[in-house]
Design a protein around this ligand. Structure first.
Ligand SMILES: Cc1cc2nc3c(=O)[nH]c(=O)nc-3n(C[C@H](O)[C@H](O)[C@H](O)COP(=O)(O)OP(=O)(O)OC[C@H]3O[C@@H](n4cnc5c(N)ncnc54)[C@H](O)[C@@H]3O)c2cc1C
Length: 259
């Protein structure tokens, strides 16, 4: 099950962003700028920046998330966001003895598809463990023949076996990661992945991340979300046709998160 936590973020993100931006336009130094800063003036300045399109100061605020219960299919998509930093659970170091997987809601709601899906997962899990065990035994024998100790031969053989056995694991296989994005990159992420055109799993993750960062820095993320929240839909023929509903949804979310 999807589990997202905001592990850490730049302290006082709007203060940091406002200070960085004010510096660009001011003759005075950092100390004087920080003395003048108040949460209200910082928020006002951050909102003004968004209007100017002056985006580089918002790169100074970073947000780190712990993400669990997502599929390797999602991993392939999220790691396309090149400006983020990732640490992902290794399938080389970790043997998935009882591998967990994500069931797409459409599969979950269709009994025949669900039955076939669960059978496939069970079979793939079994093949994975059989291949891992066979390879591990082969590698261990070779390492022992080379003169390695029992413990060292076992450790190296297990890692080598995992490395190749994982090729049979499916896209549905669960993974976990720690990911850091700065606020500019996050705004881009929300624009692309909160949109109804994004695939359901990454869209669900993006919305959970939005819910975590908006209360921390409401001015910074005031116009965040899919592009239609703050302007016209840029998707042309691919528009979902639900601009009104999407705007209402984000207005409600913001109202709830501001309480
Ligand atoms: C609905 C949807 C469908 C998609 N379908 C596909 C698909 O079918 N196949 C596929 O391969 N991908 C697909 N993608 C992934 C998409 O093409 C992007 O790779 C992904 O969304 C990351 O976006 P990004 O490049 O803006 O993010 P980041 O990599 O975080 O980059 C952020 C921004 O930095 C700038 N930037 C970063 N690197 C460069 C660079 N090398 N040169 C110039 N500017 C740069 C750009 O302005 C970019 O927007 C899809 C994405 C979405 C949302």
């Amino acid at each position: 099950m999807l589990n997202v936590k905001l592990i850490a973020h730049t302290p006082d993100p709007e203060r940091v962003v406002a200070a960085a931006a004010r510096l660009c336009y001011s003759a005075v130094g950092v100390d004087a700028l920080l003395e003048k800063s108040t949460p209200e003036s910082d928020a006002k300045f951050v909102r003004m920046l968004a209007g100017l399109g002056h985006a580089s100061p918002i790169e100074h605020a970073s947000f780190t998330f712990g993400i669990e219960g997502v599929s390797r299919a999602l991993l392939a998509q999220i790691t396309r966001h090149r400006l983020a930093s990732f640490s992902v659970q290794s399938q080389r170091y970790v043997r998935l003895n009882d591998f967990k997987f994500v069931v797409p809601p459409e599969v979950e709601s269709d009994p025949a598809s669900k039955e076939a899906f669960l059978k496939a997962m069970e079979e793939e899990g079994r093949h994975y463990l059989n291949i891992a065990a066979a390879l591990q035994a082969k590698h261990k024998a070779a390492f022992l023949a080379e003169g390695l100790s029992e413990k060292e031969a076992e450790r190296k053989a297990e890692k080598m076996a995992n490395e190749d056995a994982r090729f049979v694991l499916p896209n549905a296989c669960e993974t976990k990661m720690v990911m850091t994005m700065n606020a500019r990159s996050l705004q881009n992420f929300f624009r692309l992945r909160c949109c109804n055109r994004a695939q359901w799993e990454i869209r669900a993750l993006a919305e959970e991340m939005y819910k975590l960062v908006y209360p921390v820095a409401p001015a910074l993320f005031e116009t965040a979300g899919p592009p239609c929240v703050a302007g016209p839909c840029p998707e042309g023929k691919m528009c979902c046709g639900k601009t009104k509903e999407v705007r209402e949804h984000y207005a409600q979310l913001k109202a709830q998160l501001s309480k």
